[in-house]
Ligand binder design. Structure first.
Ligand SMILES: [Zn+2]
Length: 315
C-alpha cells in the first residue's frame, strides 16, 4: 500500500505548496517555454472567436507552444450551468481544434464565470470531456524556467459584492479571510520560487487604458506584492482589447490579452497613461510569450494573425 502511495505521488504532476496548487508542465524544448494567452472568449464561435482560434492554431504551430493560458471570462454570459453544460463543448472543444492547441490549457475565472455555477469550471470532471482543461481559482504552473502564478482577482472587486444576486460566491466567503489567505499564499510562493521568470496572471487589469480601466483594489493590494518580489510581467483580460503599459513607477510590464471574441468597445482612457502606453489595440487578438533563460519575447496578434506589436525583455 505504501509503495503504491509513493508511486502515485511520484507520478502525479500536481501537489499543494504553501496553500496553492502546483502543476508541473513539461516543455518541448529544454530551457525554453512558449505559450499563448487569450481572454474573454467563450461565445460559441461568434464575434470572431473562431477566427481568433484559427490564428492561434497557426501561431501555435509556428512557435510549437507548450500550453495556452486563458485570462478568464471563459464562458459568456454567465459561466457554465454545470459540468454537463453543452457550452463547454460549443465554446471550447469545438472552437480550439487546431493541432497545436491540443496542449494543456491553464484557465482562471473571470467575473462572468462567477455568474451561475461558479464551481463547474473548477470540477475535475470537465477533464473527462476535454483533457486539456485545467482551471482552479488560484494556482501555480511550474514549467521549466518559468513559474506562472494564477490569481483569482474577482473577490477583490468591491462593486461585485453590491450585486450579490448576480455573483455566486460559494467557496469564497467570508471574503476578507479568502483575500488575506490568498495574498499570504501568493507572497510565500513568490518568495520561495527560484524560477528565472515569474509571471502573474489575473483576470482584472492592474493598469489599463481600456473601457474598464485600472482596478484600484488590485493597485492597492496586489501590486505591492508583485513589486516586492520583482515580478516582471502581469497578464490580464477583462478589457476586451490588447495593450502594453510599462514604466508606471515599477518595473512591471502590464499586458492585456482580452480580445478572444467580442471587442471594439471604442472607449479608452489613453490620457491616463499617456507616457506609459507602449501599445493599444481595441480589437480582437491574442499574445504569444517565448521565454529563454536570458530573454522574454512577447508578441501581440490581431484577427488576421498579423504581428501588431512585440517587445523583448532581457534578464
Ligand atoms: Zn471580465
Amino acid at each position: 500500500m505504501l509503495h503504491l502511495l509513493i508511486a502515485c505521488l511520484f507520478l502525479s504532476n500536481v501537489h499543494v505548496m504553501a496553500g496553492l496548487i502546483q502543476i508541473r508542465q513539461s516543455t518541448k524544448v529544454n530551457s525554453q517555454v512558449r505559450f499563448l494567452a487569450v481572454g474573454d472568449w467563450g461565445r460559441k464561435g461568434c464575434f470572431n472567436q473562431s477566427a481568433i482560434a484559427r490564428r492561434m492554431g497557426e501561431v501555435g504551430a509556428k512557435l510549437g507552444v507548450d500550453f495556452v493560458v486563458s485570462t478568464g471570462d471563459n464562458f459568456y454570459k454567465d459561466g457554465l450551468t454545470g459540468v454537463n453544460d453543452p457550452a463547454f463543448t460549443e465554446s471550447f472543444t469545438k472552437i480550439y481544434t487546431a493541432r497545436s492547441l491540443q496542449r494543456p490549457w491553464y484557465a482562471i475565472l473571470g467575473n462572468h464565470d462567477y455568474h451561475g455555477n461558479t464551481e463547474a469550471q473548477l470540477n475535475p470532471l470537465l477533464r473527462k470531456r476535454d483533457r486539456r482543461w485545467n482551471c482552479h481559482r488560484s494556482y501555480v504552473v511550474r514549467s521549466g524556467i518559468v513559474h506562472i502564478f494564477f490569481i483569482d482577482t474577482n473577490p477583490f472587486v468591491n462593486k461585485y459584492f453590491a450585486k450579490a444576486k448576480i455573483f455566486n460566491w460559494k467557496g469564497v466567503l467570508p471574503r476578507d479571510r479568502y483575500i488575506s489567505s490568498l495574498l499570504r499564499d501568493l507572497r510565500t510562493n513568490l518568495k520561495v520560487s527560484n524560477a528565472t521568470w515569474k509571471i502573474v496572471v489575473g483576470h482584472h487589469p492592474i493598469r489599463s487604458v481600456g473601457k474598464r480601466g485600472d482596478t484600484q483594489e488590485l493597485v492597492q493590494q496586489l501590486l505591492p506584492i508583485l513589486q516586492a518580489n520583482k515580478v516582471p510581467i502581469y497578464i490580464n483580460g477583462h478589457d476586451h482589447c490588447l495593450e502594453h503599459i510599462n514604466n508606471t513607477g515599477s518595473p512591471i510590464e502590464f499586458l492585456t490579452s482580452g480580445g478572444g471574441s467580442r471587442a471594439w468597445g471604442n472607449i479608452t482612457h489613453r490620457e491616463r497613461y499617456r507616457n506609459n502606453l507602449r501599445f493599444y489595440y481595441d480589437g480582437q487578438g491574442f499574445i504569444s510569450v517565448q521565454l529563454t533563460r536570458s530573454q522574454a519575447n512577447v508578441t501581440f496578434y490581431d484577427v488576421f494573425g498579423k504581428n501588431l506589436h512585440s517587445f523583448k525583455l532581457k534578464k
